[in-house]
Design a protein around this ligand. Structure first.
Ligand code: FO1
Length: 325
């Protein structure tokens, strides 16, 4: 493994979830700062199915930055076949989590290397070979995002149950109302030394436009990381995942409505104010700048919708400006 790829010598450190972070990081690479950047990636979404260790956020970023992602879905590989899934279904398995044949190869490789004693950090570097950004799983330990939801039952009052994140997100298509989110194991799991070094040494820390509660909070829940990021607040810039009250992708809006009773850019400002000194908000929310400032975080208005690599590079350029100036 090339140590330099995972070392803390990178100038930029991006706290990352899945699709939104992957797009933002592709902008960072297009803006020419890939080699200067480390991404600390959420592993709370990870799951084990069919004996395979699956790391959706790490894989989404890896596939995106290697230009192989299924652009329509935002995750998985382009041009996939689904022979394994079809065989499972033929055998009566629901196969609710869609695994493409080549994607399964990634999970088989990861699972074998972990069984051989490699750390997730090492295996991730092996899988991400050729990618300029250093991809750092938040921990080599075990953290599971657990979602307590109201599951509807035919003709009866709903049932409140705690389920695995991927069950909530994929099996139930993030439709049930969320009443609680927890990060099981986060209090005992250690952030890796690479993560602590990257966050401590970065001249600029970026919170990617990911779901704060599902992607960023698992990272900040690891021992010492919330304090570390807060201590570097002057150098932390967050990018909003909400534009004009709407989440660009996924269930963020519904979750914020359910847990915080509002889902706009001011909600994002109040969540990130303890950790970031600047919040990049969309031009559509320029009129909300005073509310963002009142929440204790400086608004920076620009176009945040990443419709393609050009738009992502422009957004990354605005965020990285703090570094170049
Ligand atoms: N998302 C879905 O909505 N449906 C799927 O069947 C699905 C399968 C899947 C397989 C591998 C992988 O790396 C990601 C996959 N995702 C799927 C996406 C993923 O579960 C979520 O987008 C993230 O966990 C949320 O950040």
């Amino acid at each position: 493994m090339n140590q330099a790829r995972n070392g803390g010598a990178r100038r930029v450190c991006v706290l990352s979830g899945g699709v939104g972070a992957a797009k933002f990081l592709s902008g960072v690479v297009a803006a020419g700062a890939g080699e200067e950047t480390a991404a600390v990636v959420n592993t709370g979404d990870d799951t084990s199915l069919y004996g395979l260790r699956i790391c959706p956020d790490l894989d989404t970023i890896t596939y995106t930055l290697s230009g192989r992602v299924n652009q329509q879905a935002g995750w998985g590989l382009a041009g996939e076949t689904y022979g394994a899934r079809q065989e499972l279904q033929r055998l009566g398995d629901e196969a609710w989590f869609t695994l493409g044949d080549r994607d399964i190869g990634t999970h088989m490789y990861r699972t074998r290397r972990l069984a051989e004693g490699a750390t997730l950090t090492q295996v991730t570097a092996e899988i991400a070979i050729g990618i300029p950004v250093a991809l750092l799983p938040m921990t080599d330990g075990s953290v599971a995002t657990r979602v307590t939801v109201e599951l509807p039952r035919d003709g009866q009052p709903h049932e409140v149950v705690e389920i695995d994140f991927q069950e909530y997100f994929v099996k139930y298509r993030h439709a049930p109302r969320v009443v609680r989110i927890g990060y099981r194991g986060a209090d005992r799991a250690e952030p890796t030394p690479e993560v602590v070094e990257a966050l401590g040494a970065a001249e600029l820390i970026v919170i990617a436009p990911s779901n704060p509660l599902l992607s960023i909070w698992p990272i900040l829940s690891l021992p010492g990381l919330a304090e570390l990021v807060a201590s570097r607040r002057d150098r932390v810039v967050a990018v909003t995942p909400i534009i004009a009250g709407k989440a660009v992708k996924g269930p963020l809006e519904a979750i914020l409505d359910s847990l915080m009773h509002q889902s706009d850019v001011a909600t994002i400002a109040s969540l990130y104010a303890p950790y970031a000194s600047t919040l990049v908000i969309d031009t559509a929310d320029a009129g909300r700048s005073a509310e963002v400032a009142a929440a204790g975080i400086e608004p920076l208005v620009t176009s945040t919708l990443m419709t393609g690599t050009r738009a992502a590079a422009d957004l990354a350029g605005v965020v990285l400006e703090a570094l170049w100036s």
